[in-house]
Design a protein around this ligand. Structure first.
Ligand SMILES: Cc1ncc(COP(=O)(O)O)c(C=O)c1O
Length: 463
């Protein structure tokens, strides 16, 4: 068998030397990022204008005045205004390996040397089948019946594909079930499943959705009764009309409310008995609990018909059972993802398979413990500053001060200005959430950000 020309390029001594040089150059410059740094006054005006012009052009302001410089080091990121901040939201869960990761530099170099920028339906390189098989291996290891996997570039598209599989599988059905306060994305259809009125303001009702209350840890038995009652009521009102229930096992945008095994089993039993397909939306939870899939973490491997994943995987995917196999033509697209996203997905999935992320003593749980222990200590010192912590694994939240949206927004902006990036979740009360870059975050980073957090909360409580 002759060596492929692409393999010859990959092992060309000039390429190998260039790779090494790039790695060393990155390391050298990264070593200058050692902690929080404030804005360079010489850049402040130009930066502010850039933000203002960009906000105008996109017809809406940015949540934070964040424009990255393209340089980062682990949990630290440099912005184009010269400031350096701790990134504890990771682009809402995307930069799981932190900023300026050496392994991703190497996979990115391979991608840049490959022949195209974007890969898609008609032309994919041999990395896509590897990514698909890694995802399916994880699904198999979990004990699920998911045998197929279709890649795409966004969580919303993975969820749209899930919806199409689900409806094609149950011809004549027209409705969905979903959790109250759930989030599923913002396409015309998904904005109906997403239970947030602002996100569908002015849109026609493109999909009929009936909502079910989520688990309430203060009333486990009552939660089961309420959810099962709601499901029975909806199914009784529209017999045979519900194709599936979209289930977030931990409400993400809704506020990091964590579900429960018995609660889910009661609900899933009701759904299965009524031939309603079970769809776990793991766009946010995938890779962040005690297991690769949150359904595994909650002991639900036998149940899903469809599971969608995204964010930290860099590309997104819809995994499904053979029963949901689509008819030709249902799923297709020009773009699967960029060559660099596909190559990065492979790196990240390998870390998920071979690394130390999962299990009761894995990195996700260790980071959870380190952060929540400090949050509890702040709360013990100043009970008025925060309630919580909430969440699971590498999804951590707390309610600051009175939990009003205005206060949470204010605290987040103050934190940002002081060099820590977090984000809101939920409403009434709203929470502050963190999605730390688990494999690279250090105890020292956590110590620093909790220190900034405490002083910021104290200042905001007094203001
Ligand atoms: C649970 C869940 N589903 C779907 C989505 C939509 O993903 P995307 O923003 O990549 O379209 C998100 C994004 O936050 C999410 O958290």
């Amino acid at each position: 068998m002759a060596t492929l020309i692409s393999e010859q390029l990959a092992t060309d001594p000039r390429v190998l030397q260039a790779r090494d040089l790039l790695a060393v150059a990155l390391r050298d410059h990264q070593s200058k990022l050692t902690g929080i740094k404030s804005t360079d006054p010489g850049r402040a005006m130009e930066y502010a204008k850039l933000i203002t012009d960009f906000s105008y052009a996109r017809a809406g302001g940015l949540y934070f005045p964040y424009l990255g410089s393209g340089m980062g080091h682990g949990a630290l990121v440099e912005l184009a205004d010269g400031s350096v901040k701790y990134d504890f939201i990771s682009g809402i869960g995307v930069h799981f390996l932190g900023h300026g990761n050496q392994q991703l530099l190497q996979s990115g170099i391979s991608a840049a040397l490959s022949d195209t920028v974007m890969q898609g339906n008609l032309q994919q390189n041999s990395e896509s089948p590897i990514v698909v098989s890694l995802l399916l291996q994880l699904a198999k290891n979990a004990g699920s019946k998911l045998e197929h996997c279709f890649l795409t570039s966004s969580g919303a598209m993975a969820n749209e594909n899930a919806l199409k599989l689900i409806f094609q599988h149950k011809p004549g059905s027209s409705r969905m079930l979903a959790f109250e306060h759930g989030f599923c994305g913002r396409t015309m259809a998904l904005a109906q499943i997403t239970d947030k009125p602002q996100y569908r303001a002015g849109l026609p009702t493109s999909l009929a959705v009936d909502y079910v209350p989520f688990f309430d840890a203060t009333d486990p038995k009552g939660s089961i009764e309420k959810a099962v009652f709601a499901v029975r009521t909806h199914l009784g009102r529209y017999p045979g009309q519900h194709a599936a229930m979209c289930i977030e096992l931990v409400l993400g945008e809704g506020g990091y409310w964590v579900g429960d095994h018995d609660f889910f089993i009661a609900l899933l039993t009701e759904l299965k008995a009524n031939k309603v397909a079970i769809w776990f939306d793991e766009i946010q939870t995938f890779g962040r609990t005690g297991c690769p899939f949150a359904f595994e973490h909650f002991g639900l491997a036998a149940w899903p018909d469809v599971v969608t994943v995204g964010k930290l995987t860099q590309l997104c995917a819809t995994l499904f059972t053979p029963e949901l196999k689509p008819q030709p033509g249902l799923l297709s697209q020009t773009f699967t993802a960029s060559a660099s996203a596909i190559a990065a997905a492979r790196v990240i999935l390998k870390i998920m398979i071979q690394g130390d992320l999962f299990g009761p003593n894995g990195q996700n749980m260790r980071i959870h413990e380190m952060i929540t222990r400090r949050l509890m200590a702040i709360s013990a010192r100043h009970p008025q500053l925060l309630r919580g912590p909430f969440g699971v694994g590498a999804m951590i939240a707390f309610t600051p001060l009175d939990g009003s949206e205005a206060k949470v927004k204010h605290v987040l902006r103050q934190l940002f200005d002081k060099g820590v990036i977090a984000f809101y979740a939920g409403s009434q009360p709203a929470r502050i959430r963190m999605l730390p870059p688990v494999p690279v975050v250090t105890e020292n980073d956590i110590e620093t950000i909790c220190h900034v957090l405490e002083s910021t909360l104290l200042a905001c409580a007094g203001s």
